[in-house]
Design a protein around this ligand. Structure first.
Ligand SMILES: [Zn+2]
Length: 267
């Protein structure tokens, strides 16, 4: 039985990087209540926390989504400073770690800047209602400064371009920074978003499972879309337990691979 470790290599401060904090679907992998073959569990790359990335720029870090494992993902990376957070959408696997942002508020005595789509703000205010109430001194709750994400977000010394994709009936923020784009939780890429996905070195794209899914790209569709976008390299993310990492990678087109937790990509 392998033990999941969140440690990854120390950051190279010379480079801007995107780190895959989590590559898993909403259940995570292994899933609670499922018995897996020992050989599957023996590969650390088959242990997938919920989907999230850290964009590490020359002057600061941008956290994209706050999964239930966010504290472990970020502390494992050795990062103590987060300049801002983007919430791509408000499904539970992307926001349930937001309470842990409280530790940052305690230290900085300031709210955490959270960028999302305007219409996702109501969900955050509902789920974390206590974070918007007033309390007597000594009671500490997380504080969020909710802002509508601009087309170009300047954070960490980088220009992070945002766009919107469809995730079934929901809208999800996709991001492009330099030569890399991150498109999690997607069932359709509208033309306006597609226009931002030209000339990519790296695309990180949803490929939730083998069977078609109403709200996600399944593997066959993800491969089709990745081919059409034509990034030099595509990493699939938001992965279920359909995929045994090393075995599946051998079956994928040459320019495509499964992502895994802790994968570091220079941008
Ligand atoms: Zn989702």
């Amino acid at each position: 039985m392998s033990r999941r470790t969140y440690s990854v290599e120390p950051a190279n401060c010379e480079l801007s990087e995107v780190v895959i904090l989590g590559s898993g679907t909403s259940n995570g992998v292994p899933m609670l209540g499922v018995k897996y073959p020992p050989a599957f569990l023996a590969n650390p790359k088959n242990h997938r926390s919920r989907a999230s990335i850290m964009v590490m720029g020359p002057t600061g870090n941008l956290l994209v989504d706050c999964t239930p494992e966010m504290r472990l993902q970020v502390t494992g990376l050795g990062i103590t400073e987060i300049e801002a957070v983007v919430i791509t959408h408000t499904h539970a696997d992307h926001i349930m770690g937001m309470d842990d942002l409280r530790s940052l508020c305690m230290r900085t005595k300031a709210p955490v800047t959270v960028y999302t789509l305007k219409h996702h703000e109501a969900d955050i205010r509902r789920v974390f209602a206590y974070a918007f109430h007033e309390y007597p001194p000594g009671i500490v709750v997380p504080r969020f400064d909710l802002k509508a994400i601009p087309d170009v977000l300047q954070v960490g010394g980088l220009d992070v371009h945002s766009f919107v994709v469809d995730h079934g009936p929901s809208k999800v923020i996709g991001l492009r920074v330099n030569n890399l784009a991150y498109v999690t939780d997607v069932s359709h890429i509208p033309a306006e978003a597609g226009a931002k996905l030209h000339d990519l070195d790296i695309l990180i794209l949803d490929a939730v499972r083998y069977e078609p899914h109403p709200n996600h790209f399944h593997m066959a569709r993800a491969i089709e879309v990745a081919r059409a976008i034509g990034a030099k390299k595509t990493y699939f993310t938001h992965l279920s337990d359909d995929y045994d990492h090393d075995l599946v990678n051998k079956t994928l087109p040459e320019t495509m691979e499964l992502a895994y937790d802790g994968l570091r990509l220079a941008i």
